[in-house]
Design a protein around this ligand. Structure first.
Ligand SMILES: Nc1ncnc2c1ncn2[C@@H]1O[C@H](COP(=O)(O)OP(=O)(O)O)[C@@H](O)[C@H]1O
Ligand SMILES: [Mg+2]
Length: 254
């Protein structure tokens, strides 16, 4: 439960900063219904959970269970039918359309199944894109180079994005997702399009970045066994979310 729901945003944010009372993410009674009348689909049904800073979290469940729906609402790419998403103690359902895109750019990093790099730009330029949208500063290039070094692609930074492999592209996407030092990195099936060796490499890279930077990651996957131990698992079945610690508990949903 969010304790300070009746306070102003400033008061709420102050308390969050001062006492660390709220989590980096809090999802309260989140519900999403697509369509209308007899075509209605309840893709997400009253989901509530919270995530602390630095946690590496998996969202797992079979195809069509509601994983992307949940991630898209946390990522402010879609709005809920009911319920709330708090990020860094801020009630995102109260942000207007103008504020939402800058908030999203500042607070969230995205990694998708397909790396979605702009093929005409170089590797370095792709990593810099979110920073440029938010207004570039002097350290941007240095930060981007540093991140490319960490993902092992410093030597490729001036190559065009269409000249690198799928695994390399996904590593560039990870660097791009981290460039704005987001509160949360959201990844939807980031290994879904990779062979198993490359997939393992990308998983290990995300986990090591999470640890090194105390960076919160929320990763959607239908293959949790590839991730080893993580801080938290949210499993979804037919739009209902459960918190489960042990991957073995999830086998019924796999
Ligand atoms: N834009 C949409 N319009 C209507 N139904 C949708 C839409 N997006 C997803 N759904 C439905 O919501 C349910 C959950 O979908 P989704 O979140 O994509 O599942 P997952 O990512 O777990 O495979 C599915 O039944 C899907 O068909
Ligand atoms: Mg999906």
């Amino acid at each position: 439960m969010h304790l300070f729901i009746h306070l102003t945003e400033q008061q709420n944010y102050y308390l969050w900063r001062r006492y660390g009372l709220a989590s980096v993410l809090e999802v309260n009674n989140l519900t999403k219904i697509y369509g209308s009348d007899e075509n209605q689909v309840k893709a997400l049904d009253d989901a509530s959970f919270s995530i602390d800073k630095g946690e590496f979290v998996l969202i797992v469940g079979s195809s069509g269970s509601g994983k992307s729906t949940l991630l898209n609402m946390i990522g402010l790419l879609d709005s809920p039918t009911k319920g709330k998403v708090f990020i860094d103690g801020i009630d995102t359902t109260k942000l207007n359309d103008n504020k939402i895109s800058s908030f999203r750019n500042k607070k969230l990093g995205f990694i998708f199944q397909f790396s979605n790099l702009l093929s005409d730009l170089t590797v370095l330029e792709n990593v810099l894109l979110p920073r440029q949208i938010g207004g570039t500063n002097g350290s941007a290039k240095k930060d981007a180079r540093e991140l490319l070094k960490v993902v092992g692609l410093e030597s490729q930074m001036n190559k065009r994005a269409n000249k690198i492999s799928g695994g390399q592209a996904q590593r560039v996407a990870i660097a791009r997702g981290l460039i704005n030092h987001p509160s949360i990195v959201l990844a939807d099936e980031p290994t879904g399009n990779l062979d198993s060796v490359t997939s393992d490499m990308v998983v290990q890279l995300m986990k090591s970045m999470a640890k090194k930077l105390n960076q919160t990651f929320i990763v959607v996957t239908h293959e949790p066994q590839h991730f080893g131990s993580v801080d938290k698992i949210i499993s979804i079945k037919d739009g209902r979310a459960f918190e489960g610690e042990q991957p073995s508990e999830l086998e019924v949903f796999a």
